[in-house]
Write a protein that binds this ligand. Structure first.
Ligand code: PLP
Length: 400
């Protein structure tokens, strides 16, 4: 009997879809671990902390008191009210945020996709400051719009400026994806930089999607939110969630804040794809935002741990003067230039492969972020492991 034919012709929708490189690295690291290898996995962008206990307790209570059913597509009023209240505090320059402007989704990843899919379509171009999180390019492409990578300045933390965006703009440009603090570089945009970017987008009538999932993980005081500087939210979508700052990656809660008509459209779209985010997760997220001091203490302690790890990692990497690292100001990533950059094709992938196969350290090749001369290292793991991994990276770097 011939084997079953399980092949299929992918639809045009996904014909060019690429697997997430960050998830692929984690899976390879897990496979090697299963073979008995002691891999230090610095691939995944996931805090190693448990969700703070008061949040877990609140969710357990909610589960026993009815949080087991469908909710409104756009999320429970309790959670949207909590998000709106917290957000309004930041709107120094503008209107009060109402729950009608908030749509809760299954992680900020879905929030970003909702926004891209509802705003962009065939013929549209979307500017993506690069290097950037790998999924932006795919989300724009899945919306059948064209992603336009705008390479930032490596001598300035890979920041983009209004001038660099302008250089890539055409009459088809419809939006820009901003992210601060930035995955994969850890760069944090200053207030005046964000102001300049938002002002330019506003003048040109572009949509700005601001991904602020790492906003609370910043090491030099509060990072500026687009909410702090945007004159109006008419053409701005703020994306945030609980995954990173509250160590709640598995709960899958993210949200958008936008003008109410767009919020309504995104909720309608979501109602036909996934419907509401899990009721119990929404209760947990509402607790994270409303319980106050006990949760805030835990968040501050986690951020402090990230800072300690960053400092320890940077101190070890500094022992190799030839190594170039973008100074990280937030999030929990280091962006390191690979040996052979500029001469070896895809030097980051070559270095990442050597680190994994020979030195048992999993990192993500920069090609995943359209910066093939670099690697991304997540230091969201135990400090001793971070230090050991950094020593191995220095050793591997010197082997060239
Ligand atoms: N945005 C950025 C820049 C990220 O790095 C990630 C996750 O790695 C996300 C969004 C998605 O986060 P969530 O777990 O809320 O879907």
């Amino acid at each position: 009997m011939s084997p079953p034919d399980t092949s299929f012709a992918p639809s045009e929708n996904i014909a060019k879809l690429k697997e997430s490189a960050t998830i692929a690295v984690s899976q390879r690291a897990k496979a090697l671990k299963a073979e008995g290898r002691e891999i230090i996995d610095l691939g995944a962008g996931e805090p190693d902390f448990d969700t703070p206990e008061p949040i877990r307790r609140a969710a357990q209570h909610a589960l026993d008191h009815g949080a087991t059913r469908y909710t409104a597509t756009e999320g429970t009023l309790a959670l949207r009210t909590a998000i709106a209240a917290r957000t309004t505090v930041r709107r120094g320059r503008g209107e009060t945020i109402t729950p009608a402007q908030v749509v809760v989704s299954n992680g900020s990843k879905q929030s970003l996709f909702n926004a891209c899919f509802c705003l962009f379509g065939p013929g549209d171009e979307v500017l993506i400051p690069t290097p950037s999180w790998t999924s932006y390019y795919e989300m724009v492409a899945l919306s059948r719009a064209t992603a336009v990578a705008v390479m930032g300045d490596p001598n300035d933390g890979f920041r983009v400026s209004p001038a660099s965006l302008a250089a890539h703009a055409t009459e088809r440009t419809r939006g820009v994806m901003l992210n601060t603090p930035v995955n994969p570089t850890g760069t944090v945009y200053t207030r005046s930089e964000l102001d300049a970017l938002l002002t330019m987008a506003r003048e040109r009538g572009w949509w700005v999607i601001c991904d602020e999932i790492y906003l609370r993980i910043a090491f030099d005081g509060d990072a500026t939110s687009c909410l702090d500087v945007a004159e109006s939210l008419d053409r701005v979508v703020i994306v945030d969630g609980v995954a990173k700052a509250y160590a709640m990656t598995g709960w899958r809660i993210g949200w958008t804040i936008s003008a109410a008509p767009l919020a309504k459209a995104m909720a309608a779209f979501q109602s036909h794809t996934t419907f509401n985010a899990a009721a119990v997760s929404q209760a947990g997220a509402a607790a994270a935002l409303t319980l106050g001091e006990p949760v805030e203490l835990a968040v501050r302690a986690m951020v402090e741990q990230f800072r300690v790890r960053r400092d320890a990692a940077m101190a070890i990497l500094a022992e190799e003067p030839a190594m170039r690292v973008i100074p990280p100001e937030g999030a929990f990533y280091l962006f390191i230039q690979a040996p052979g950059a500029g001469s070896v094709p895809d030097a980051g992938s070559v270095f990442a492969a050597r680190l994994l196969e020979k030195h048992n350290v999993a990192v993500v090749p920069g090609a995943a972020f359209l910066a093939p001369d670099w690697i991304r290292v997540a230091y969201s793991t135990d400090i001793d492991q971070v230090k050991t991994a950094m020593r191995r990276i220095v050793t591997a770097f010197r082997e060239r």
